[in-house]
Design a protein. Structure first.
Length: 549
């Protein structure tokens, strides 16, 4: 028996949830390093000869009987019994994926993340990548293969990979030996069958149920344009939910993700592409790049990831994030805790959430978003994050201005060091010029309907905004200006008000401020100060709406 290689790349990331000062989480995906350091690997084309699945999550079928498959399934059943865990089901789809991967796994190194995901998706599997073990040796000797796998089974089963098992082999060398790829996969979501491809403008209903230990399911989609959207959910049967996934005008690959939260935070339960107006590709070519070169220091890993983040933000037309060393210190401490506990999660039993950790460090920010991961390569870690709608939403956040990343090395696997990673995205609000900001808001209102700008209304609105920015509630602030508003009774039959706060003015539009109200004049007040949800530096906007007699 030549050697046993382990792939166990876990990636969990946060996603925004409708407001600032919140930390969400998503995902997990698993892959592994592309090659042993110093090994030169050229482009790899993955073009399986088997027929791809037409739909995700077809009813499970048992795989064909083989000596190797029977021996491995029996070993897994015994290990599950000893560990007191559920017995994984032999899944024909996962068997096919393992067999296909066995044809391309590098002799020195392990299978790249993108190849693993491609094999899963073409075989109709939506869950994040499984735990994979790779053995090189005599594939006609099941007992020897099982002996190599046995020491790792209990550990992987204890990690929750108890839903499905798969194994595949391919003779690769002249002496008849080859590669065996073994997979154990977790699953915490069930769905009705999902089409892998839709006609142009097509749609389907996502009908799903998550395990009882999870709550607050969400569905995200990243379109071919690069934008990410949270889809609305409706109640489904048996405590599940439904959501309409539509191609609309989008064509090509659209990435769909299902997330839900448990005690460790939100986690990705499914992440899969839907192809609109085109056929899913039959092959994938991977050309290792400098992004996949192993990092020699954690500082190098952090700053290479920063460069990749800002590269993709530039592609999306966003400003570059600035490095925040104090936030990086918070991130490094959390990464070290994850390395020590082997628990990759957002919520720590000792330090709480990312927002708690940032607050404990006395860092003032209007936004806290977090990605956490365990990976084996800088490039593949970033690729996996960007391939997940929830991860991507954090990296391409419009409101974030700064980031601090913490990387900590763990164990060595197949020549690569584990990399425990935490990325914390924050916002340092820029100072706002109240007069210029009021002029900008007036322009946006005027683009919706013509209005006059009344100086008396504006002065009252400014006093009200100033009071709110000092921490007063609306109920406390309004009596301060009520007398002045009443004094306008001879001019206006009605004076209404719109009060809101935002992390920045980019999100403010005139329609949301005036709606369909009848308005003749407006007065606008702008001030910066704390907000219970947005945080310090929030922009308070007060618009008084005067309707003449």
């Amino acid at each position: 028996m030549r050697h046993l290689t382990v792939l166990a790349l876990l990636l969990v990331a946060g996603c925004p949830k409708g407001g600032p000062q919140q930390v969400g989480a998503q995902p997990s995906w698993r892959g592994g390093p592309s090659a042993k350091p110093g090994t030169k690997i050229g482009p790899v084309t993955f073009a399986p000869a088997t027929e791809p699945a037409q739909r995700y999550n077809e009813p499970l079928r048992a795989p064909p009987k083989t000596a190797l498959g029977d021996a491995v399934v029996a070993a897994v059943r015994d290990a599950a019994g000893q560990a007191g865990t559920a017995v994984p089901i032999a899944d024909a789809r996962l068997f096919r994926a393992c067999a296909e991967l066995a044809e391309v796994v590098p002799e020195e190194g392990v299978i790249g993340y993108s190849l693993v995901e491609f094999a899963l998706h073409r075989n109709g599997i939506v869950e994040p990548s499984p735990h994979l073990l790779v053995v090189w040796g005599d594939i006609d000797s099941p007992e020897l293969i099982v002996e190599q796998l046995k020491p790792r089974l209990a550990e992987i089963l204890a990690d929750g990979a108890t839903a499905r098992v798969g194994i595949g082999a391919a003779k690769r060398l002249a002496d008849g030996s080859g590669a065996v790829v073994f997979a154990l996969q977790a699953s915490a979501v069930s769905t009705s069958p999902i089409p892998r491809a839709l006609p142009a403008g097509g749609s389907f209903t996502l009908d799903a149920v998550v395990d009882a230990r999870y709550k607050d399911p969400e569905v995200f989609i990243t379109y071919d344009s690069g934008s990410t959207e949270r889809l609305p959910l409706k109640a489904g049967h048996a405590g599940g939910f439904t959501s309409e996934v539509r191609c609309g005008a989008h064509k090509g690959r659209q990435q769909v993700e299902i997330t839900a939260a448990d005690v460790s935070g939100s986690t990705v339960l499914a992440n899969f592409p839907i192809w609109c107006g085109t056929t899913p590709p039959a092959s994938l070519t991977v050309d290792p790049s400098l992004d996949d070169a192993p990092a020699t220091t954690t500082e190098e890993a952090e700053h290479r990831l920063l460069a990749l983040v800002n590269r993709d933000r530039q592609v999306a037309g966003l400003h570059a994030l600035q490095w925040d060393e104090k936030v990086a210190g918070v991130s490094r401490a959390h990464s070290e805790e994850m390395r020590r506990t082997r628990n990759v999660a957002h919520i720590s039993p000792t330090t709480g959430s990312a927002a708690d950790r940032v607050r404990a460090a006395k860092i003032k920010t209007a936004v806290v978003l977090e990605n956490v991961a365990r990976a084996y390569g800088v490039g593949e870690a970033h690729q996996g994050l960007m391939n997940s709608p929830g991860h991507r939403a954090n990296i391409t956040s419009h409101t974030a201005t700064h980031v601090g990343m913490g990387a900590v090395f763990g164990e060595e696997v197949s020549g690569r060091r584990e990399l425990f990673l935490t990325q914390v995205f924050t916002r340092v609000p820029p100072k706002v010029d109240p007069a210029k900001a009021a002029g900008l808001v007036l322009q946006r209102i005027s683009s919706v309907k013509p209005v006059g700008n009344n100086a008396r209304l504006a002065a009252i609105a400014q006093r009200l905004a100033d009071a709110l920015a000092t921490g007063k509630t609306r109920e406390q602030a309004y009596p301060l200006v009520k007398k002045d508003v009443d004094a306008l009774g001879s001019l206006y039959g009605r004076v209404g008000s719109v009060i809101t706060a935002a992390a920045d003015l980019d999100s403010v539009d005139g329609k949301s401020l005036v709606g369909d109200q009848k308005v003749d004049d407006v007065g606008i007040g702008i001030a910066q100060g704390p907000h219970p949800e947005i945080g310090d530096g929030a922009v308070w906007i007060v618009v008084l709406l005067g309707q003449k007699r």
